[in-house]
Design a protein around this ligand. Structure first.
Ligand code: MG
Length: 254
């Protein structure tokens, strides 16, 4: 079921968006060569505690999960692109790190992700992050009343296709509200003019993610981390966005 929020409720969702943005900024600042993924998780955990927020991840246990997630953020490195389970790993020079974080503040959830390179970047990784960022911007720009979900999907896909990237549609954006995942699904590829008609009050996470040279992924033995089939690297950019009469409102703006 697709739920619409009142302007008052969207106002109430802003602190969660602000908090999630602040955590991602802190993680981006902290991520560096030699920093352990578990330290990043600990930083986010401390910020959640200090803010009196609630993690959306720690007890997350979907049907495909081997056990509850147990961490408060996803850290996906290099050929890992989504759902990376933080583990005992020190970031190396040139690693491409994607961090995905969702939390609830005052009963409302926000969800956001970003990719960064630590240390010396490879140009192709910077290009992939740039393309993913532009795809997110294009998707957000299409999130306005009168458009349809397919317009967001098509806008994201056109940016990727222009760069020759393949798109996996197994995982994409989703409704956000009292919980992390709701309707509608927001695929990263689709046909303009199709799907649910966007209305003021719709709040969705828009989250393009792309791999350099494949659209195929597999699940790591840890039961969570999704890796590219050909070891090529991935990038992931996500914002939680409210559709309003005035256009898209990015709740997780950094
Ligand atoms: Mg997310």
């Amino acid at each position: 079921m697709i739920e619409l929020r009142t302007p008052t409720q969207i106002e109430q969702m802003k602190p969660a968006g602000r908090f999630v943005a602040d955590v991602l900024l802190a993680l981006q600042e902290k991520a560096d060569v030699g920093v352990n993924l578990l330290e990043l998780d600990e930083l986010a955990r401390q910020m959640i505690k200090d803010r009196g927020a609630e993690s959306c991840y720690i007890d997350y246990h979907p049907s495909f999960g081997a056990s509850p997630f147990g961490k408060v953020l996803c850290t996906s490195v290099n050929d890992a692109v989504l759902h990376g389970l933080p583990h005992d790993y020190e970031l190396q020079d040139g690693d491409l790190l994607s961090v995905d974080f969702a939390a609830s503040v005052d009963g409302w959830v926000s969800d956001s992700a970003l990719s960064v390179v630590v240390g010396t970047p490879r140009q192709e990784d910077l290009d992939l992050i740039e393309t993913t960022t532009r795809a997110l911007e294009a998707g957000v720009a299409a999130a306005r009343p009168g458009n349809r979900i397919g317009d967001i999907s098509a806008a994201i896909a056109s940016v990727a296709h222009a760069k020759g990237l393949k798109i996996n549609t197994q995982f994409g954006g989703h409704g956000v509200g009292r919980t992390m995942h709701g309707d509608p699904h927001v695929p990263n590829d689709g046909r303009a003019g199709r799907g649910f008609k966007l209305q003021p009050g719709l709040v969705i996470a828009i989250e393009p993610w792309f791999l350099h040279t494949t659209d195929e992924i597999f699940t790591d033995p840890d039961g969570w981390t999704l890796r590219s089939a050909d070891k090529s690297r991935g990038a992931h950019m996500e914002h939680t966005v409210a559709v309003t009469d005035d256009g898209p409102l990015v709740l997780t703006q950094r």
